[in-house]
Write a protein that binds this ligand. Structure first.
Ligand code: DX5
Ligand code: ZN
Length: 223
């Protein structure tokens, strides 16, 4: 199975959301990434459940909800009911991570665990077979449009090896500063889902940018 592209709504034009959703619906994007920020876990506030409900009605792709919030376990069922297909919580925000992963799965969503750039992948050792997805932050969470942290590439490879050794099935998702310039290196290191905000929505031609990101690694890309 080839890799997945998840454009991040955070970089969309909120004055033209219907148009942005039309673009996603016509595109080769696989998921729509939806960043929830609470002003506590991260130094910024974004959007939440009412917007998710609206987006769910106009977007025909699975919604990949990234919870950058404290105490995410309080809101999992609400996000699921609002339309989340994937729910990712931060390792740093979950003292009972194993329980929270299973709470997400019981809600019917796919369960993801995110790591901040400074958190080593070794902390995932005891949940490597539990989660459906691991999200590596390649910028410090809180804002779109930041510079990619290069250490994410060896970190991706390290996590890929941990998953492979245990014959686990989790996908690796990379989030922050991802675009055409680093997508290939990330995919080679073992990434399967690429989140891309600014590089897609701020591009002159978002549809073509998504198309080019999807082509990476395919035969026609090499010719
Ligand atoms: C950052 C968010 C990202 C953000 C990525 O905290 O988690 O999903 O939207 O945006 P870009 O691709 O612009 O770095
Ligand atoms: Zn995100």
């Amino acid at each position: 199975m080839s890799h997945l592209i998840a454009p991040s709504l955070l970089a969309a034009d909120f004055n033209n959301l219907a148009k942005e959703m039309d673009m996603i619906n016509q595109s080769e994007a696989d998921w729509l990434h939806f960043d929830v920020m609470d002003g506590r876990f991260v130094p910024n506030i974004s959007f939440g459940i009412p917007l998710l409900k609206a987006v769910k009605k106009s977007c025909n792709r699975p919604i990949d909800v990234h919870l950058m919030i404290v105490e995410p376990e309080k809101y999992i069922e609400l996000f699921r009911e609002a339309g989340a297909d994937v729910i990712t919580v931060h390792y740093e925000a979950c003292p009972h991570l194993h329980r929270t992963i299973h709470q997400i799965k019981e809600s019917g969503a796919k369960a993801g665990v995110a790591l901040n750039p400074h958190t080593p992948v070794s902390v995932l050792e005891n949940v490597i077979e539990e989660a459906d997805l691991f999200l590596l932050m390649s910028v410090n969470p809180g804002f779109g449009g930041q510079k990619f942290i290069y250490n994410t590439i060896p970190k991706t490879r390290q996590l890929f090896d941990m998953i492979t050794v245990k014959n686990a099935k989790a996908l690796i998702e990379i989030d922050g500063g991802v675009g055409l310039q680093n997508a290939e290196a990330l995919l080679k290191a073992g990434a399967r889902v690429l989140v891309s905000g600014s590089a897609v929505f701020k591009a002159d031609d978002p549809l073509d940018t998504i198309k080019r990101m999807k082509k990476i690694g395919r035969k026609e890309y090499l010719v």
